[in-house]
Design a binder for this molecule. Sequence first.
Ligand SMILES: *[C@@H]1O[C@H](CO)[C@@H](O)[C@H](O)[C@H]1NC(C)=O
Ligand SMILES: *[C@@H]1O[C@H](CO)[C@@H](O)[C@H](O)[C@H]1NC(C)=O
Ligand SMILES: *[C@@H]1O[C@H](CO)[C@@H](O)[C@H](O)[C@H]1NC(C)=O
Ligand SMILES: *[C@@H]1O[C@H](CO)[C@@H](O)[C@H](O)[C@H]1NC(C)=O
Ligand SMILES: *[C@@H]1O[C@H](CO)[C@@H](O)[C@H](O)[C@H]1NC(C)=O
Ligand SMILES: *[C@@H]1O[C@H](CO)[C@@H](O)[C@H](O)[C@H]1NC(C)=O
Ligand SMILES: *[C@@H]1O[C@H](CO)[C@@H](O)[C@H](O)[C@H]1NC(C)=O
Ligand SMILES: *[C@@H]1O[C@H](CO)[C@@H](O)[C@H](O)[C@H]1NC(C)=O
Ligand SMILES: *[C@@H]1O[C@H](CO)[C@@H](O)[C@H](O)[C@H]1NC(C)=O
Length: 567
Amino acid sequence: MVKPSALCALLGLVGASFAATRLNAAVERRVRRTTFPRHELLRRDDTDPSLLYPAYNLSVPIDHFFNDSLYEPHVHGRFNLRYWFDAQFYKDGGPVIVLQSGETSGEDRLGFLQKGLLHQLAQHTHGIAVVLEHRYYGTSFPVPDLTTENMRFLTTDQALADEVFFAQNVKFHGLEHLDLTAPNTAYIGYGGSYAGAFNAFLRKLYPDVFWGTISSSGVTEAIWDYWAYFEPIRFYADKTCIEYTQKITHVVDNILISLKDPATTAELKRAWGLVNVTHDADFAQVLASGLDSWQGKNWDPALNDPTWDDWCNTIKNTSVVYCYTEGLKPTVEDLLKKGGYSSEVSSLTTPFLNWIGWLYENVVSNCTDPDQDNCWNSYNPDNYARDDITATWRSWPYQFCTQWGYLQTGSGVPANQLPLISRTNDLAFESLICKYAFNITTPANVDAINKYGGFGISYPRLAIVDGEWDPWRPATPHASPFNSTAKNRTSTVEEPFLLIEGAVHHWDENGLFPNETTASLPPKTITGVQGQEIKFVEHWMREWKREKAVKERQVKPFGPHSKQKPL
Ligand SMILES: *[C@@H]1O[C@H](CO)[C@@H](O)[C@H](O)[C@H]1NC(C)=O
Ligand SMILES: *[C@@H]1O[C@H](CO)[C@@H](O)[C@H](O)[C@H]1NC(C)=O
Ligand SMILES: *[C@@H]1O[C@H](CO)[C@@H](O)[C@H](O)[C@H]1NC(C)=O
Ligand SMILES: *[C@@H]1O[C@H](CO)[C@@H](O)[C@H](O)[C@H]1NC(C)=O
Ligand SMILES: *[C@@H]1O[C@H](CO)[C@@H](O)[C@H](O)[C@H]1NC(C)=O
Ligand SMILES: *[C@@H]1O[C@H](CO)[C@@H](O)[C@H](O)[C@H]1NC(C)=O
Ligand SMILES: *[C@@H]1O[C@H](CO)[C@@H](O)[C@H](O)[C@H]1NC(C)=O
Ligand SMILES: *[C@@H]1O[C@H](CO)[C@@H](O)[C@H](O)[C@H]1NC(C)=O
Ligand SMILES: *[C@@H]1O[C@H](CO)[C@@H](O)[C@H](O)[C@H]1NC(C)=O
């Protein structure tokens, strides 16, 4: 990296401090690439929901499946599964609506009790809204530490059984006099992303416990090599940014993979300010830092991750944005030639410089460790060694290493297509965490998930709601046209199948307070889909009441509830 001139220093080249955590950036990146965007923040001016909703625990079995050798040695104990609820709208006969919080602390979901679809559904159906934590996240750990052996109870099957146990056993504080358990009370499930897939399986596997579920951006198809993550981005993002990203990434790969000349590789890394990053794949992954942020886009400006637009606007700016990169012009021109783009030097030099500048400002300068490998080395086993109970980052990687996959590679992209991330980011690289953290060296057993239906999963009163522009769409039942195995369906009230136009990841989940709405917020597509969801759940509740009345008539002459009033 060239030395900034005095003028450039004024433009903000301030030494940013890198929060030195014991988890280095390379590991952290892989960990936080969950199916849920990082930008699930609350609006800063909202009342902290943890002050509004106290946490409760339900004691649930650690091991629900004594018949399955996967969980050997079996244990008989129980653990505390955490939940929160809001009964302000509850009226007799209303449902319990459970939002499964998925692969993060349930605390991160509490805002959904205040506003958004969960809140709206509770309001319209006079139900109780619940946020239920997933085992091995937040405080809901069934084990004292996170050794690989002790991770064995972390499967989607066990967590599904937790939610079923919850529905069959919960007693809500202050409402202990009511039987609010399934099947006496209607249970409705909801969740986004991993938790969306979870809810699809919940309805199909436990139809007598959950009356209906909504799977939002539910990644029901587990895929080991999930290179297709970048396909909706390639398709729907700004065409100019995509073209620059593809071509400059191609230059990088031509140098790293084809040319393989150490001096040119060093020249390339030096140009990006990453000369001391030893492994090519680590280096290439840092370059792609802007790309992950697409899934964090949200229609609510207060929740939206602006990184994508910032990155894209920077690289497509027709002038050099960071003046201190001007000095790299000859180097970049040389790299473009060596990387096979001699004929496009004039059009690609500025985007290349702007990408370098953006990355320096936002990522590279954050690493103040003189040894850059301490920030970005994925190959150091020591970075993954911690397995005490505070190493909570282990949970989602354990799930994707064992069952879900979703390794977002560049190498998987067909040879006749230019990837958005480097082909050096291959399965071996993306699965290093599996090897070093858990000693897992074989692909995830995706069949353990896909046996529940994959793309084709369907069930009465299972709603499938997805986002058109979602990078996770190729793993949902709406994967067509990104995956021809998935078939389009006709949406019905019984089996809703809705694709939200222009939406990214589970955009139906969040909402606004009435005093926050404007003429354009929430957008019509969002109020539209949320309105449909409220309507079909209300319809499902009418079915519930009809069915319950029929059942009660049937049992009346003989059953113990003969004095009970029909609903
Ligand atoms: C719930 O259980 C967790 C873990 O055992 C514990 O840390 C927490 O204090 C409990 N919370 C309540 C409200 O009892
Ligand atoms: C264990 O029992 C459950 C519930 O009865 C069943 O669904 C599952 O297939 C069984 N698993 C094995 C490995 O036999
Ligand atoms: C790279 O390492 C060398 C030798 O330790 C050091 O002098 C130099 O400052 C480092 N460069 C960067 C950009 O970190
Ligand atoms: C391009 O970058 C310059 C310098 O930072 C800035 O003033 C200008 O607004 C940018 N142009 C666009 C179209 O973003
Ligand atoms: C880099 O540091 C800045 C300022 O401290 C911070 O806002 C930003 O999130 C960091 N970026 C990364 C990729 O860590
Ligand atoms: C890792 O797994 C292999 C094969 O499954 C086994 O032989 C080896 O002992 C394990 N290593 C550690 C450190 O557990
Ligand atoms: C399925 O629907 C999507 C979204 O409307 C569309 O883009 C795709 O082409 C359809 N697939 C087929 C096979 O018709
Ligand atoms: C489509 O889905 C199948 C089944 O999961 C997978 O093997 C394949 O790689 C996917 N194809 C694309 C183009 O993503
Ligand atoms: C908007 O409404 C919410 C919920 O009723 C309330 O907590 C918040 O204070 C209100 N904000 C303003 C600015 O009035």
